[in-house]
Every structure is written in C-alpha cells, then in structure tokens.
Design a protein around this ligand. Sequence first.
Ligand code: FES
Length: 155
Amino acid sequence: MTATVITGLLPILVFFWPAPPKGQKKGPINIALQTPINQLQDGDAVKFDAPRNPNSAFIMADGGGDNAPGELAFGGFVVKNQGKVSVFAINCSHLGCSVALNKDAKTFDCPCHGSRFHLDGTVLQGPAPVPLSHLAWKQGANPGDIEVEGIVLGF
Ligand code: FES
C-alpha cells in the first residue's frame, strides 16, 4: 500500500518541486565594472554583461509587464542619479528588448518600440507599462567590483 502511494505521488511531487537542473547554482556573481561606482558622475550609467564562461544570468528582484521577479537578465546598468546608485536589468518592461543608455538625454531608450525610461527606471514614454526591474547587488571586494544576484546556468 505504502509503496503504491509513494509510486503514485512521486511523479506529482517532482512536477511541483523539480530538482534544479544539474550544474545550476544561484548566488552572487562578481562583476568588474568598466567604470567603478565611485568614479561615476551624477547622471552617468555603466553597462555590464553576465559572464559567459561559465554561462550565467542575473535574477530580476522586482518587475512588472514582461519582467517579473525571478526572471533572468543577461545584462544590466549601474546608474548614479541624484546621488543614488541603482542597478537595473537591461530588459525593457514592454517585451524584453535590451534598453540602451542615451547619454545626451540621460534616459534609457528601447530600440524595439520606442519606450523610454528615466535614469531612476521609471517610464518616460510607453508602450512600456512599468519601470525597469532592479537587480539585487552589493559592493564587491574590489572598489571596481559589484556582486549581483544571479545564477550559473551551467550550459
Ligand atoms: S520591447 Fe521595449 S518598447 Fe517594446
């Protein structure tokens, strides 16, 4: 009887709580920034990419629209805006295209459908429905490094 129940329930439990794929590991990913945070001028942003060896991604801490907490991002921006440092995923909240820094306008612009974001991540112009997603981060051991929450994908 017990064996029958276990045999019957196991496939269901595995469906609801799948084991993480082999080789995948969540944790902080160290990123060496092209411009250290303490050298960023107010209104500046520096882009960074997820490491490729091993293949990794960042995990969105919040979000809406096409972004959701837990979704993956393969790049981001560190922004200094009015003295506050923020780290955003690169994904547009409309349909996920990569936004780019518009240095002159001091905005993040999406090349796909024209959405624009203020440097604090809020929407300046749609169709993006909600702000850019934050990435959880902290200062790294070296002044030019940050550690961003992410996952080693292992493929
Ligand atoms: S994906 Fe950015 S505006 Fe559509």
